[in-house]
Design a protein around this ligand. Sequence first.
Ligand code: GLN
Length: 477
Amino acid sequence: MNTFLSYKELTNSIKQKKISFKEYYETLQQKIISNDKEINSFITVNEKVLDQASEADIRIANGTNRLLEGMPLAVKDNIAVYDMKLTCGSKMLENFTPPYQATVIDRLQNAGIIFTGKTNMDEFAMGSTTETSHFGVTKNPVNHNFVPGGSSGGSAAAVAAGFSPAALGSDTGGSVRQPASFCGIVGYKPTYGLLSRYGLTAFGSSLDQIGTLSLNCEDAALLTASMLGLDSKDSTSSSIVPENFYNFQSITIKGKKFGIIAETMSEHTDPQVKSIINAKIKEIEKHGGIAEVVSIPELEYGVSIYYIIAPAEASSNLSRFDGIRYGLQNNTDKNIDVKTLVTKTRTEGFGSEVKRRIITGNFVLSSGYYDAYYKKAQKARILLSDKFKSLFNTYDFLITPTSPVLPFKLGENIDDPLKLYTADLCTIPVNLSGLPAISIPAGVSKEGLPVGMQIIAPSFKDGKLLGIGEYILREVK
Ligand code: GLN
C-alpha cells in the first residue's frame, strides 16, 4: 500500500471503502518496524495506534464529520502529549512523562487526529542536523549518508520515509523549514502568535513557533486551521484568523509580486542551490508572476542577532532543569547540598551544544556585556523587521533558498558550530521578524539531494502563503 497519501487522498480512500484505518495503520506500523531502525526518526511510538484506528473506523461508519478524523500525525518530542514521554532529545528528560498536554494537541485531538509517536530532534531543538540528540542521529531517507536537517529532523524524516503523511515540528530559527528542504517535503512556520506555544518546551520564547511538515501545503493548512486561535494559556497567542485559510481554488500567481532577496543568492550560496532556485523563479515568471531582485543589507547581521537573542532566552528558559523542578536526578547521596545537586544534574543531563548556548546566553546577559550584545541585538532586530515590513509595501512575497547549502554528510559539520550557525542565514531573519514562511521542494542537485525554496509573507497572510505554495507545487513545474 502506498503510504505517501495526503490527508485528502487518505480520507477519500477511507470514504470509498478502498481501505480501513485499521489496515492503513497496520501498513504504517510495518513500515516503521522494517525501516526505522536504520532511519531513527521516532523516539517513542504510540503503542495504542491500532486500537485508535479501529475506533476511527467505527466513527466513520457512524457518519462523523470531523475535519481530520483518523488522520495520522507524528509529533516532535518537545511538544507535550499525554501518556507519551517528552524527552526533547535530551538525557535530562529521558524519563519524563508530562502531566499536561499542549493546546495544539488538544485541538488536533478534537479534530480527530491520531498521534503516531514522538520524533527525534536536536537536543532542546538546538541544531540543524539532528545529530545532537541523546537518542542517536536520524538519517535522511533520501540518502542515508546525509543528515535530515534539524532540529525537527525526526519529523521531516518520518514524512519523507512514508511513516506519516505529516508531522509537527518547532521552528525557532528554521527548524521546520530547513529539514523540510533537506528531505524534499513542505515545511511551514506560521506567523508568530498564530499557534499557542503552551506545551511546547521553550527554547527562545520570542522566536519559537510550532509548525508543520507535510507532503503538500493543503495538509499544512488543514492542520493549522484546526490548531490556531487565542489560548488563555499563552499570552502571546493571537485571535487573528488569516483570511483565505484553505480556499485554495481562488488563488493564482498572475500579477503577484515576488522580491528575490539578493543577499541569500550571493557568491556564498552553493551554485547548484542558486541555479535550482533561479530556474524555479523563471517558471514563476512564465506563469505570470513578477519577480524582482531586492536587497536587505541588514540581513548580514541576522545570524549574529539570532545567536545572541536565542541563547539569551534559552539560558533563562533552561534554568528550570535543575534536578529539583524538572530533570534527571542521579543522586544517591542524601547529604548533598543544593549547589552540588544542580551542578551534577546539569553537567550530566545536558549535551555540549546545549551547554554552549547556556554559556553564551549567560555571557550576553551579564552586566558589563548586556548593553554591548543583548541590547544592541534587540535594536538590530527591530531594524531588520522594519526592513521586511517596508518591502511588503511593494511585494506580496519574498523568496530565498531555504538553505544556502546542500544537505550535509553525516558527521561533516558537527564539530564546526560556526559553520552550522551561518548556514541558518535565510531562515533566521523570518523568526526575528515574526513572519510566516514555507519551504517547498524546488528541485534536486546532481547527487539527487533535495533543494527547497523559501517563500515569506507578511504577518498573518498565512492563508495567502499556503495558497501560493500549493499553486506553485501543482502548477509551476
Ligand atoms: N539551527 C538553529 C539553531 O540551532 C535553529 C533551531 C530551531 O529552529 N529550533 O538554533
